[in-house]
Design a protein. Structure first.
Length: 417
């Protein structure tokens, strides 16, 4: 079987699973299960908890003991079981507990799927840099297709979204068995320190003031990334309480509207290298923060009316800039700044700060904000989004004042013991 085709299918299913519930589960929990904002934030916060340590931990397991594609199968089987159980849960605590187990298994598979792709392409003598982007794009396509499927089938407020994700996980597990076995790395006989063995070399970067500030803002911006994943869909669903908007396309198919954000990502990622070369990391990240201000500000004033819909649409478009100009440029900045001997650890640290600590804090704090603006009349989404827009603006101002742009090509390294 064609290796590139196999990898496209695997990445399609990998992100199809996530897209089946990530954007819509919040609406299901808030509207159908009557969870509070904090309870919904706690469920989404399990992704952050899992991302703090599991990708690095299972990366070591895949390197040393269990072939990556076999570990991948096991993780997705566990994911399938937990999603199936979650579909029948109505308790906030049980939902959080089961989704935590799910995320402990699922979140590492994002990195493992990349590693599998690199290994398979190299084994075929193919250039990874040249071939992988065209394969990875099928992950984004899978995410969008899943969102559209759940939305058009009117399953956004149904537990069927979790059953679809569970079934897709089983399918992916079985399909992954068609890949050739990926051998674990052989022991080179060299002694390594505990820190090196655990992939923690990159923490030495926090001794550098400029990088310490960068990673601090990675945490603060990582929190922003999770806010609209958690509450964007419930916000659009809430327009059904307004009689003139109840039958609007925004209310009927909110995930389709939100999927424009993912489409926008695909476009804006092409501009990141150009702006990185022209402006440097400081001003690229500043553009990202200002784009987040626009994202939330447009949400605050958007609605299903003709003019309000334009504002919502612009918010979806600007999301691509907000996400890519931070997430992609940040990863590229880390790659540019550190030496190859701590490359993987440094990228892992960046992911820990954003998808781990940042995402968890963003989920919990946004839940508190939503509950603060919740009354018997409902949720005051206008002020909720203005709070987030204000937070993004304050971050942008502080960042531009204290962060120094990159002026040196010197790479920071650490000595392995």
């Amino acid at each position: 079987m064609n290796t590139k085709l196999q990898l496209k299918v695997i990445l399609f299913l990998q992100f199809f699973i996530w897209g089946s519930w990530l954007i819509t589960l919040g609406s299901y929990m808030m509207i159908k299960l009557k969870f509070t904002g904090i309870e919904v934030g706690a469920v989404y916060g399990t992704m952050g908890i899992a991302s703090v340590f599991m990708p690095s931990l299972l990366g070591i397991v895949a390197d040393r003991w269990i072939p990556a594609n076999r570990l991948y199968v096991l993780c997705h089987l566990i994911g399938a079981v937990t999603l199936f159980i979650a579909a029948s849960i109505t308790s906030p605590f049980l939902m959080m507990s089961v989704m935590l187990i799910h995320c402990l298994a699922f979140m590492p598979t994002i990195a493992i799927s990349n590693s599998i792709s690199y290994s398979c392409l190299e084994s075929q003598g193919l250039d990874v840099i040249e071939q992988f982007p065209a394969i990875r794009i099928f992950g984004t396509i899978g995410f969008i297709v899943a969102m559209w499927m759940v939305s058009f089938m009117q399953l956004e407020l149904s537990n069927m979204q979790l059953y679809i994700a569970a079934g897709s996980s089983v399918l992916l597990s079985l399909y992954s068995l068609t890949l050739p076995l990926i051998e674990v790395a052989k022991n080179d006989g060299k002694e390594k320190s505990i820190i090196s063995s655990l992939g923690l070399d990159a923490f030495i970067l926090l001794k550098q003031p400029r990088l310490a500030i960068f990673f601090l803002f990675a945490v603060l911006l990582g929190g922003i990334l999770q806010i609209t994943n958690t509450f964007g869909n419930p916000f659009l669903h809430d327009f059904d309480k307004v009689p003139e908007y109840a039958d609007s396309l925004v209310v009927k198919f909110p995930s389709v509207l939100l999927s424009i954000s993912q489409i926008s990502e695909v476009v804006f990622i092409l501009f990141v290298p150009f702006f990185m070369k022209k402006l440097g990391i400081k001003y690229v990240m500043l553009i990202s923060m200002l784009a987040w201000v626009a994202r939330f500000g447009l949400f605050a004033y958007g609605d299903p009316s003709p003019f309000g819909f334009v504002l919502l649409l612009l918010s979806m478009i600007v999301y691509g800039c907000a996400f890519d100009f931070y997430n992609i440029s940040g990863s590229m900045y880390v790659e540019k700044t550190v030496s190859p001997n701590i490359r993987n650890s440094a990228q892992g640290l960046f992911m820990t700060m954003t998808n781990g600590i940042g995402a968890y804090l963003g989920s919990m704090i946004s839940g508190i904000v939503v509950d603060h603006y919740t009354s018997e009349a409902g949720i005051d989404w206008h002020n909720v989004w203005l709070v987030f827009a204000g937070y993004s603006l304050v971050l942008a101002i502080i960042f531009v004042l204290i962060f120094q742009n990159d002026t040196t090509e010197k790479k920071i390294a650490t000595v392995r013991n």
